[in-house]
Design a protein around this ligand. Structure first.
Ligand code: FMN
Length: 198
């Protein structure tokens, strides 16, 4: 199936924290809530709930651009193709995205093969497809976001999204806790609204 039945643009959120009470998941929820207010259909995937492996570099996608590993990533591939816009949310772990997020990103090797080697279209969704990176870190050194950004950009390029926006929350383990930073959460929602509306 191509596109979504509602006719509204689909905003896909992918949440990469291993924690249930996650700072970045909260940021993601607010970005996605803003997108919904602006008229998008939304879907959020929590990687901690999925069963999938990292890329095996088996070469199974070399001739087709399709991953041969049959696990929960197959549904993620479908959603990535259907999405008009994508919001990736990850905590910073050792100056990078989380292991959950990196494993998913590595599984986009088949998308890279499809787009750059086999010259296949990445999606049949028309119009500009925008990508947002939302992240939080415990410390105050915001360079970690820039370091993680390189990986996220490479993933967005391979899956057919333009790096359009970002939302970074530093000192997330400090006070007040992220759920009480209403002003920042409202800004996250506003980003989601702009993602869809203009
Ligand atoms: C394994 C691990 C590594 C981390 N590495 C960093 C780091 O390099 N820099 C930093 O500022 N915070 C680091 N943190 C703190 C998290 O980024 C921070 O608590 C974040 O808000 C967690 O987001 P979450 O609640 O969405 O999982 C680390 C936390 C863990 C568990």
């Amino acid at each position: 199936m191509v596109g979504n039945l509602s006719g509204r643009p689909l905003v896909l959120g992918v949440s990469g924290s291993p924690r249930v009470s996650s700072n970045t998941h909260l940021l993601l929820e607010r970005v996605v809530a803003g997108a919904a207010l602006a008229g998008a259909e939304t879907k959020v995937v929590r990687l901690r709930d999925l069963k999938y492996s990292s890329c095996r570099h088996c070469g199974g996608c070399d001739g087709t651009g399709e991953c041969v590993v049959q696990d929960d990533m197959q549904e993620v591939y479908r959603k990535l193709r259907e999405a008009r816009h994508l919001v990736l949310a990850s905590p910073i772990h050792f100056s990078a995205v989380s292991g959950e997020m990196k494993a998913m990103i590595d599984r986009a090797q088949c998308c890279w093969i499809g787009k750059y080697r086999l010259k296949q279209p990445v999606s049949q969704v028309s119009g500009e497809r925008r990508g947002v990176f939302a992240a939080s870190c415990g410390g105050k050194d915001t360079r970690v976001f820039e370091w993680a950004k390189h990986t996220v950009k490479a993933f967005l390029n391979s899956t057919g999204f333009r790096y359009w926006g970002e939302f970074f929350e530093a000192n997330a383990d400090g006070s007040p806790p992220v759920p009480e930073r209403e002003e920042r959460l409202t800004e996250a929602e506003e980003l989601g609204r702009r993602l869809v509306a203009g």
